[in-house]
Write a protein that binds this ligand. Structure first.
Ligand code: URA
Length: 212
């Protein structure tokens, strides 16, 4: 398809009817980004979960509750940021009657990147924070590793300062209490650094169809 065009509201309406990959067939609805139309800060998660699929809004389930707690601790007000996802539909596999989260594949991620690029173009944030590997790789490429590079400022080709940190779900899935507490603290520290802004920005070349 040609890259989606229009105001944020028009993009949201268009995205509701997006059939560019098969994920729309089994999801309840498109989960588009939410927040002020020209927010200076944008947070990008991975893909909607069960609750987001039902409500149509990003980060309203358990990962969203943890994100809210971390944002509050870091002194960031969710109402002031635009929050979206790298992929806009819930993907799952059925186990009996339960719908269990399934990661979008590389083709689905690549197709959905058009929407993320369109949101970036319209919102024009000064800073972007990628939550988790899928979002980070949409901006920085598939060789990006969160363990090595979370909390580090990079500059996207469009001049936007960007950083990646742990996804709230990966904090929730920690194998023990110590790992949980450590990751959660890193998430809060990265959110604080994100709020404070870039001090040492390393140039990165962004090529091809990446979102930045
Ligand atoms: N995880 C995400 O990455 N995004 C959501 O909206 C919810 C959970």
């Amino acid at each position: 398809m040609s890259p989606p065009q229009g105001s944020l509201k028009e993009l949201r309406d268009l995205a509701l009817r997006c059939h560019d990959c098969p994920l729309w067939k089994h999801a309840t609805q498109t989960v588009f980004g939410k927040g002020p139309a020209h927010a200076p800060m944008m947070l990008v998660g991975e893909q909607p979960g069960l609750q987001e699929d039902a409500s149509g809004e990003p980060f309203v389930g358990p990962a969203g509750a943890l994100l809210d707690r971390a944002l509050h601790e870091a002194g960031l007000d969710r109402a002031h940021v635009y929050i979206t996802n790298a992929v806009k539909h819930f993907k799952y596999e059925l186990r009996g009657k339960r719908r269990l989260h399934k990661r979008a594949n590389a083709a689905e991620q690549a197709i959905c990147r058009e929407w993320l690029a369109a949101e970036l173009r319209e919102v024009r944030p000064q800073r972007v924070l990628a939550l988790g590997a899928m979002a980070a790789q949409a901006f920085f490429g598939t060789s990006f590793q969160l363990t090595m590079s979370h909390g580090r400022w990079l500059r996207l080709s469009g001049g936007i300062d960007a950083m990646a940190t742990w996804h709230p779900s990966s904090v929730l899935r920690s194998i023990n209490r110590d790992t949980h507490d450590h990751r959660y603290q890193q998430l809060v520290d990265d959110l604080r650094a994100f709020m404070a802004g870039p001090e040492h920005v390393h140039a990165v070349s962004v090529v091809g169809r990446r979102a930045g």
